[in-house]
Design a protein around this ligand. Structure first.
Ligand SMILES: [Zn+2]
Length: 138
């Protein structure tokens, strides 16, 4: 037994293949969302990227603390991949935080069709023993 903890994002069973991504998932377990910032040009990425898209320098993880956002775009998924079949139809939405940062996630507690401009709140879910994810709630 290696003592290596297994952890996955969302509903997949893809292992956290890099230490960088694993750090992101372990923060999610503690209900912290991490962004990444380029060590050289200071570009920011949410969700985090390990390497800067502009200058290819390695990024470092820092906590992203905004939780309230507004809905800017959404789509209803009627035909889901197998791993999400039990949840279909479901809504995937882009929310925008006051800082202007945007994030894509499922909205999981809708009672009605979503409306652009409605308030969203970021929350976290332990899907199973080894799976964590983040989501929007209305
Ligand atoms: Zn950079």
């Amino acid at each position: 037994m290696s003592g290596e903890k297994e952890i996955y994002l969302g509903y997949t069973t893809d292992k956290a293949v890099t230490p960088f991504f694993k750090q992101f998932l372990e923060a999610l377990e503690k209900q912290q969302l991490m962004k990444s910032t380029c060590k050289k040009c200071k570009s920011e990425y949410l969700p985090p990227r390990q390497y800067c898209q502009k200058c290819l320098t390695e990024c470092e993880l820092t906590e992203f603390t905004e939780r309230d956002a507004k809905l800017v775009s959404f789509t209803v998924v009627e035909f889901a991949p197998e791993s999400l079949a039990s949840r279909q139809p479901y809504v995937v939405a882009i929310g925008e935080f006051p800082s202007g940062r945007r994030l894509t996630a499922h909205i999981t507690n809708l009672m009605d069709m979503p409306k652009v401009g409605m308030k969203l709140k970021l929350s976290f879910e332990r899907v199973s023993d080894k799976q964590v994810t983040y989501k929007w709630q209305v």
